[in-house]
Design a protein around this ligand. Structure first.
Ligand code: ATP
Length: 240
């Protein structure tokens, strides 16, 4: 038996035409857990997240959300199950206000009638967005726009949150706010799987990590056991 807020990936292989991007990948995420996917550029982190959301469709193997197989489903059906994927540079509606963008995000969720409360939560987690609630999304800075993208996912009240590099392009103070919001959401019963390059945030917020190397899981550990060795993550460690 599985909780609705869980991800189970097993024997997952994904390709782009002839090119293999993932080979026999196993990943589990439980309710109220933040799990990180680490790896070099091109290792397959984004492909894993996109395969779970079924946005990338050339994939075979087991992908279950809450114990239910999603491999045959279309992306909108997976979204309707409560799975939200936040990608780098995801578009916002530039000619709508911050608040209107969030109302749209909330409407895509399945818990209608609770939009207003969810939106106020987002403004509490990101006061910077609250101050700009009546501003057009088009005038936001890059970092604020990224917060808006994440907030759109948060207000849809997902059971499963998939995040591609949430720290990318954000100043440390903004990243801190983003990870704290992710943690608060997680504690409401959500399973969070995130791809991340910046070890500081993984160390501070994730409970486990997997290292992906050229499409295969090379290592998986709880974070209490320490961060991956320099042989696995040389670039990231020196960059951090
Ligand atoms: P990054 O941090 O750079 O996004 P990643 O770990 O997320 O890296 P993926 O984007 O999943 O890696 O890419 C995995 C492999 O699949 C790489 O070899 C990449 O070149 C290839 N790939 C990704 N997207 C496509 C695509 N649309 N068409 C063809 N190959 C692709």
């Amino acid at each position: 038996r599985y909780d609705v807020s869980s991800i189970r990936v097993s024997g997952l292989s994904a390709r782009y035409g002839q090119a293999r991007a993932l080979v026999d990948v196993e990943v589990d995420v439980h309710k109220e857990e933040i799990v990180a996917i680490l790896g070099h550029n091109g290792a397959g982190k984004s492909t894993l997240l996109k395969s779970i959301a079924r946005v990338h469709r050339e994939a075979r193997g087991t992908i279950e959300i809450g114990g239910r197989s999603v491999v045959e489903l279309r992306p909108n059906a997976v979204a309707a199950m409560g799975v939200s994927l936040v990608r780098e540079g995801a578009p916002v509606f530039t000619h709508l206000t911050v608040e209107e963008n969030l109302k749209l995000g909330a409407r895509l969720g399945r818990r209608r009638g609770r939009d207003a409360a969810a939106i106020e939560d987002a403004f509490e987690w990101f006061p910077m967005l609250g101050e700009r609630r009546h501003a057009m999304a088009g005038v936001l800075s890059g970092g604020q726009r990224q917060m808006l993208c994440l907030s759109q996912a948060l207000v849809s009240r997902p059971d499963v949150l998939l995040l591609d590099e949430p720290s990318a392009g954000l100043a440390p103070s903004m990243t801190e706010a983003v990870f704290q919001a992710i943690q608060k959401l997680c504690r409401t019963g959500v399973a969070v799987l995130l791809a991340e390059q910046d070890m500081r945030w993984v160390e501070g917020f994730a409970s486990r990590y997997y290292v992906i190397e050229t499409g295969r899981v090379a290592e998986s550990r709880p974070l209490g056991a320490g961060l991956p060795g320099p042989d696995l993550l040389a670039e990231e460690v020196t960059a951090a």
